[in-house]
Structures are given as structure tokens and as C-alpha cells.
Design a protein around this ligand. Structure first.
Ligand SMILES: [Zn+2]
Length: 326
């Protein structure tokens, strides 16, 4: 356990597949941010969903981080080993009258979010698309019994958030305000929802700064609201712009060589890949092998590039090797 005043950063991969360049780049930023502050850096395997509980993939992810020269403090933790902590938070919020059961299926929620919302925010605006409109929020006891009978399945448990606006501060994006809808806290299968588990597990690990991909920026107001309700300190947030393929869509396998293994097969060394990532972050000028400890001294989060990183094929040609003649 680190002292509460010290910085603790983290990286929390989901073991659903090998880390691609965008994930590795985010891990490098998270590691640099923690180490530049003289802080600890911890790893958490986000294997909440049974479909992603693959220890072999998790170990490959850890190996890849090590190969890049990123180290961590203590043993990695496994989200699936600590579900009881999140469940305790669900029970506490329920005891405070802040939750309600919801029997809506995924398809029903999707249909409801597409329909115009009747429910309004406190300031008169309607809930934005994609937010849960509170279909089950006001069911009385007979109404709940009817839904349970009709659906024949256990309910999820939702937070009675009421669509409030919550502002968060991001170290790169600045202040971001989002609407917090009645998000799921406990899924119908009994597992804690991601938005809750991430808040609980970060707090349990003493995490004071969260550095992760920009795709999670929109979830941050929800997580901040949960931390506030549970009386937990908010961490600081830095959302790293995503890596995208040549077509501008999120980097994926279809874009070709994208993982550390893909690149080492074509002749890259892991430290050259660290160099490629460092160049993309404006931390080094010329591509070449880089020991990440050499980047710590000059790391300033505010000077990170604010735009997505477009991974074009020319970037992935191994350094020092002759280029094929077109
Ligand atoms: Zn519902």
C-alpha cells in the first residue's frame, strides 16, 4: 500500500486479445506520467466479463509491456478476484435508496433510447440519445412483480441518478461535462457493471491518476459521480487520443500489423517499437530504439499531441531495413 499523498498510476487492460499499438501507446503514457511524478505504477487485469477471462492472453499482455521496458509495482491484480468489493458498494447504495431493479432487455433499452425521451433533466433539457430513459424507475411493488413475471429473468440494478450533469477535469481535454443517466450497477447476471468496478478497484489500489484511451472520456462523468456518491476521492484523468488506421477508424487487426508480435515478426525490436510510440507522442524526434526510462525527465502531459494518431503503413516499416521498391 502506498502513502495516500503519493501518485499512483495504473494500466488496466482487458484480456480479450493482444495489445495493439494504441493500447501500448496509452500504457507508455500512463507509465511515464506515474514515473515522472516519482509515483507507483500498478496493473489490473480487467477480466470482469467471463468472456474475457483468459489468463494466457493476460500473460502475453504483461510480457509485451515488459518487452517495451515498462515495469510495475507489486503483482498485477485481477478484477474478477474482487467482485465482493463492488457488490458491497451496490448494497450500500441500495440501502441508501439510490437504486432500483430494471428488467429491460438490451433490445428494449436500445429501442427506448432511440424514442424521444419524455423524461427531462432538472434544467428542462431532454436526456440525450443513448441514455437510459428510466423505464423501470417508477414501478411500484405490483409493477415490479408484473415485470418479473413477464420477463422471467432476474433484474439488473440501476443507480437512480436522474440525468444530472457532472463536470470532470481532464489533463488534456480540459473540463468535460456529461449527463449521468440511470446507469447499471449490477448486471442481470449478478456481476458488477464496469463503471462501478473501475471506480471501486482504482480506489482499492490507491490509484490517484487514471491515464487511458480517449474512448473512455464519455464514461468519466458517470464514474466521477459514483466516486462522489461513495465518498471516494476522484482520481485525476488523462485520456490519450486513440490510434486510428489509415482510413481514420479505430486501429484494428484489419489494418494489418498492429500488435507487438506482428511488428517483431517483420523485424522490429521491442525497444524500436517504444521509439515509434515515443515519436508519435512527440517525445523523441527520430525513430530508433528507446529505453523508456530516458523519456521520464522530459515528460509533460500538457504537451502531448491532442489529435488521434494515424497509423499509416509507411510508419510500420522496420527502421534500418531497406524499403521494398514500389
Ligand atoms: Zn428497465
Amino acid at each position: 500500500m502506498t502513502a495516500p499523498s503519493a501518485t499512483t498510476g495504473r494500466f488496466a487492460p482487458t484480456p480479450s486479445g493482444d495489445l495493439h499499438l494504441g493500447n501500448l501507446r496509452t500504457a507508455l503514457v500512463a507509465w511515464l506520467s506515474a514515473r515522472a511524478a516519482g509515483g507507483a505504477f500498478v496493473l489490473r487485469i480487467e477480466d470482469l466479463d467471463p468472456a474475457t477471462r483468459n489468463p494466457d492472453i493476460a500473460r502475453r499482455q504483461l510480457d509485451d509491456l515488459s518487452a517495451l521496458g515498462l515495469d510495475w509495482d507489486g503483482d498485477p491484480t485481477w478484477q474478477s478476484h474482487h467482485l465482493d468489493r463492488s457488490e458491497a458498494a451496490v448494497e450500500r447504495l441500495t440501502a441508501e435508496g439510490r437504486t432500483y431493479p430494471c428488467w429491460c432487455s438490451r433490445a428494449e433499452v436500445r429501442a427506448a433510447t432511440l424514442a424521444p425521451h419524455e423524461r427531462q433533466l432538472a434544467d428542462g433539457a431532454t436526456l440525450p440519445p443513448g441514455t437510459y430513459p428510466g423505464t423501470c424507475a417508477d414501478l411500484d411493488a405490483p409493477g415490479r412483480a408484473r415485470r418479473a413475471r413477464e420477463t422471467g429473468r432476474p433484474p439488473a440494478l440501476r443507480l437512480r441518478a436522474g440525468g444530472i450533469r457532472v463536470a470532470v477535469a481532464d489533463r488534456l481535454a480540459g473540463e468535460v461535462t456529461g449527463v449521468v443517466d440511470d446507469l447499471v450497477l449490477r448486471r442481470a447476471d449478478g456481476l458488477p457493471a464496469y463503471n462501478l468496478a473501475v471506480v471501486i478497484d482504482d480506489d482499492a489500489a490507491g490509484v490517484s491518476e487514471v491515464v487511458r484511451g480517449a474512448d473512455l472520456l464519455s464514461s468519466t462523468p458517470r464514474q466521477a459521480h459514483l466516486a462522489d456518491l461513495l465518498g471516494l476521492p476522484r482520481p485525476s484523468w488523462l485520456h490519450v487520443p486513440l490510434a486510428v488506421g489509415p482510413d481514420g477508424t479505430r486501429l484494428a487487426k484489419r489494418h494489418g500489423a498492429a500488435t507487438l508480435r506482428d511488428l517483431t515478426t517483420t523485424g522490429w525490436t521491442p525497444r524500436q517499437i517504444t521509439g515509434l510510440l515515443a515519436t508519435s507522442l512527440g517525445l523523441t524526434e527520430s525513430v530508433g530504439a528507446v529505453d523508456p526510462t530516458r523519456l521520464i525527465g522530459d515528460f509533460h502531459p500538457a504537451s502531448l499531441p491532442p489529435d488521434e494518431w494515424r497509423v499509416v503503413p509507411e510508419l510500420l516499416h522496420p527502421p534500418g531495413r531497406p524499403r521494398p521498391v514500389a
